[in-house]
Design a protein around this ligand. Sequence first.
Ligand code: PLP
Length: 436
Amino acid sequence: PGEVPGSATDALRALDRQHVWHPYAPMPGKSDPLVVESASGVRLRLAEAAHGQRELIDGMSSWWSAIHGYGHPVLDEAARDQLGRMSHVMFGGLTHEPAVRLAARLAEISPGDLEHVFLCDSGSVSVEVAVKMSLQYWRSLGRPEKRRLLTWRGGYHGDTWQPMSVCDPEGGMHHLWSGALPVQVFAEAPPSGFAAEPDEEYVAHLHKMVEQHAHELAAVIVEPVVQGAGGMRFHSPAYVRALREACDEHGVLLVLDEIATGFGRTGELFAAQHAGVTPDVMCVGKALTGGYVSMAGTLCTPRVARGIARGSVPVLAHGPTFMGNPLASAIAGASLDLLLSQDWRGEVRRVGEGLRAGLAGAAALPGVREVSVLGAIGVVRLDHEVDLAAATRAAVRAGVWLRPFRDMVYAMPPYVTQDEDVARIAAAMCAAAREG
Ligand code: PLP
């Protein structure tokens, strides 16, 4: 770094550009990411001021995950305590208290009889596992032809191979892989509006698609109630119920991807609960550890587990190195206890009401098409592609970290964000929408 002129932070940025490959970024790096020195509560502290701000309120919860904010004493203590015992140990042939307690807790709080839990290391991998479970279930029952997945357009399920095949085929960058990915079945995206009257024609479309493809479908996989990274759209729980009914009627498994929506974000602990539905398989991640470390899980019902156990290969064929990591499990267990010991529902509602109040004027801004709030999620949709640099600059100037994309400026703050900070997030969203 001595060879690079300027401040220590400039030197760090130069090394970053030279060596560090960021998500969805070219190499060598061209962007100028802000350097975060530390994070505490709902604030990120920058190594040096940007646009007059050294501290930024995190409107993104580090991509849906930091629901309790940063450096929470309870989670810090759980991490320290577990580090004093072991941070990792292999999970094949060995087990440990943090993972056992976490799995039992997840089984207890999740809908219906989802009682078997596979603990892995990222949301994308939990979707891979869900797909494996589904295909293996049908193979074990002598139906190997049931190996395709049906999903909605406009979805997002992760960046590894199977998840990419069920992402929105037109959105994101997954068109890069067309021709190489497994070919799945796409139903139209659900009509927008969480509280909108269900569209009966659309319900019929879902039934028809499941019926038509049932002979080749292992599972239907969707994000319940909120399609997140594929476009931030909310839809009626009635469509999730319709899929449950269609799957039951035509012998197809239902996988719900709760990686973004899980742990209270939409106002219910799991978004499936808006619909009163129990999936056969459910994926969780992101907020599972309160955003501290990477961990995700795939839950399934006894029916799925027993089906797999009947096969010629009766074990779930998955087992990379860092499954059931003790440090992550201990933090996840503490995060769930912390969440459930509080009035999380009230906090999510309060954050949502703050966003709604702060965004009340946004619909009248030039270029704004729609404003929507659900749980502790706020979305301002524009009538044009957002200018990422200009929108980010406007938010940072207002003291808030946001990461707008495509045609939207959105936020999902930590549940502990106090009212005045929620108001600042909403104001920053308006500024970003105006200038982006
Ligand atoms: N599924 C959904 C609904 C997501 O929002 C994401 C991440 O944004 C994933 C899966 C992938 O999770 P991860 O980024 O932890 O691999």
